[in-house]
Design a protein around this ligand. Structure first.
Ligand SMILES: [Zn+2]
Length: 193
């Protein structure tokens, strides 16, 4: 396995198992170029690299290694997603553009605890925060009035986020920021095997 900067998990199956070991409710997403996906999927999916491949994914709990192996056996090029909201206890904040950064400062009053964070190949960043289990977190978004790609969004119940090291349709990788990966902030693979 090659080391991807600060991220010891450079392939999706290994990363999925490591996330599951943190108690994260990961799910399989389709591949960014739809390679390895069924004809039915390719004909019906409008979000390559971002669409869940299992039913009832909002209710999924943490998968076992055996389930992950089966997902990978069926769809070798899959991306990895994370269920958000009250069932997983994690919410995400999506920050795009200068306007998104301004909104984030406004929402947080500049008080943003250090947390897991990754960059998206579209140019934004995504921060993840723990929330209380059972507390509903509905999507909330503010978008720049004339620049629709500049926004700040809280992602929660009924939603999921793509996670590193998934690949985007533009060819780029989702990447943990140095010092902000779960392996550095929560779990240390070198100490735990
Ligand atoms: Zn798809």
């Amino acid at each position: 396995m090659t080391n991807n900067g600060s991220d010891p998990y450079s392939n999706v199956p290994d990363a999925m198992k490591a996330y599951a070991s943190l108690g994260w409710s990961v799910i399989p997403l389709c591949s960014c170029d739809h390679s390895g996906m069924s004809e039915n999927h390719r004909n019906n999916c409008s979000k390559p690299g971002k669409a869940p491949l299992i039913k009832d994914w909002t209710q999924r709990s943490v998968p076992s290694d055996e389930i992950i192996d089966e997902w990978v056996r069926q769809r070798p090029n899959l991306n990895v997603g994370l269920v958000l909201g009250s069932s997983s206890g994690i919410v995400a904040i999506d920050v795009d553009g200068e306007f998104g950064e301004e909104l984030l400062q406004k929402w947080s009053n500049g008080d943003l605890p250090e947390t897991c964070e990754f960059t998206t190949p579209g140019g934004g960043r995504r921060l993840m925060y723990a929330t209380s289990f059972g507390v509903k977190a509905k999507k909330y978004v503010e978008i720049h009035p004339s620049k629709p790609h500049e926004e700040c969004a809280l992602l929660g119940d009924g939603q999921q986020t793509v996670l590193p090291p998934s690949r985007h349709t533009n060819g780029g990788l989702y990447k943990w920021k140095g010092g902000r990966s779960p392996w550095e902030l929560i779990y240390h693979p070198s100490q735990n095997g």
